[in-house]
Design a protein around this ligand. Structure first.
Ligand code: ADP
Length: 329
């Protein structure tokens, strides 16, 4: 799109995996757009709503009383048609016939992939807001939903620790994260886990088993292991299987926290960053900063071209891995 074309009508959608705080972001986008006198539209079920023409006007009242709600009022979905040019063309025509000339996509890297293609092919600038509990996107210190997911995991693990301590048991707790260990790292450090297994760092399984064996010999096997679902040993069940094979006498329990980590009222941090990012998404569309993901780095707004937000993955620093080791010793 020519940067000279003034954006006057903006659509907003949530796509891919849901994350707490998406509603706060929707609210901020709609209210900022209305503040500037733009026409604002909601799109149901992510790209599926674009393809199926499920698009409707949104005013300030339509986003009243949602900032504290988990999930997303616009719902989210995965959309096969959007992978194909033909599907994206239908989506474009549905936007065009309403005169919508700007799109805000709240989602993860897959959703940004779609937005990147769409904005390359058609004259609709897109802005991405990082909405993912996994925090697996570069170009931002925060993603919408991560802080809430970590708090949920911490609350659950604290409870597990109570019963674990009472019985001197070994608990292996699985938290979400397909390729990223950030929820495991933060919730593990926050609950004083003895071991944290993440995809970004090599786990010495022999050493882990040896240390558990030592504890078992002292009949004091109270030990909390936090594992990422995407860990190469197959999440908590995979790790438990290995431990039981090597230490059959151990009383090993597995707990998979699962989807509770996606739900619930967003934390104060998630509400705050979602509001800030939503506001800046509209500012970007108005001032010609197009086809970027809005992030926050060192407490400043940071704009990453959508194609870079897609490819880059965050690295977990050596320093963090050392902190985990030292604090658990
Ligand atoms: P997330 O955004 O949470 O990473 P997905 O990877 O499932 O979730 O992507 C969400 C949606 O984005 C997909 O269902 C699809 O409609 C669209 N999408 C993802 N990757 C592409 C792609 N390479 N080309 C076009 N659309 C894509």
């Amino acid at each position: 799109m020519s940067k000279k074309t003034q954006v006057t009508k903006i659509g907003v959608l949530t796509s891919g995996g849901d994350a707490p705080g998406m509603n706060a972001a929707i609210r901020a986008v709609i209210r900022t757009g209305n503040y500037y006198g733009l026409e604002m539209f909601g799109v149901m079920r992510g790209y599926a709503g674009l393809v199926e023409d499920d698009i409707f006007p949104m005013d300030n009242r339509s986003v009243a009383n949602i900032i504290q709600r988990g999930g997303t009022i616009l719902k989210t979905a995965r959309c096969k048609e959007f992978y194909e040019y033909e599907g994206r063309k239908i989506a474009y025509e549905n936007l065009k016939k309403r005169g919508i000339n700007g799109l805000v996509v709240i989602g993860g890297d897959g959703s940004f992939n779609g937005a990147q293609k769409f904005s390359n092919e058609f004259d609709i600038p897109c802005i991405g807001l990082p909405g993912t509990i996994d925090k697996d996107i570069a170009g931002t210190d925060f993603t919408i939903g991560f802080d809430t997911a970590v708090n949920t995991a911490i609350e659950a693990i604290d409870k597990i620790r109570d019963t674990m301590d009472a019985h001197d048991r070994l608990f292996i707790v699985e938290v979400m994260g397909r390729d990223a260990g950030y929820i495991a790292l933060h919730s593990g450090v926050g609950t004083g886990a003895e071991n944290i297994l993440i995809p970004e760092a090599e786990t010495d399984m022999d050493q882990l088993v040896a240390s558990l064996y030592e504890k078992e010999k002292r009949k004091k096997l109270v030990n909390l292991v936090v594992v990422t679902e995407g860990d190469k040993y197959g999440g908590a069940s995979g790790v438990a299987k290995i431990v039981k094979e090597k230490i059959p006498q151990a009383d090993v329990r597995v707990c998979i926290l699962g989807h509770i980590q996606r739900g619930g009222a967003p934390s104060s941090l998630d509400r705050f960053i979602a509001s800030r990012m939503g506001y800046h998404a509209v500012e970007c569309l108005l001032n010609g900063t197009h086809n970027v993901m809005v992030g926050i780095v060192n407490n400043h707004m940071h704009y990453t071209p959508l194609n870079k937000a897609i490819k880059a993955k965050q690295k977990i620093s050596e320093d963090w891995m050392k902190i985990v080791k030292v604090l658990a010793s």
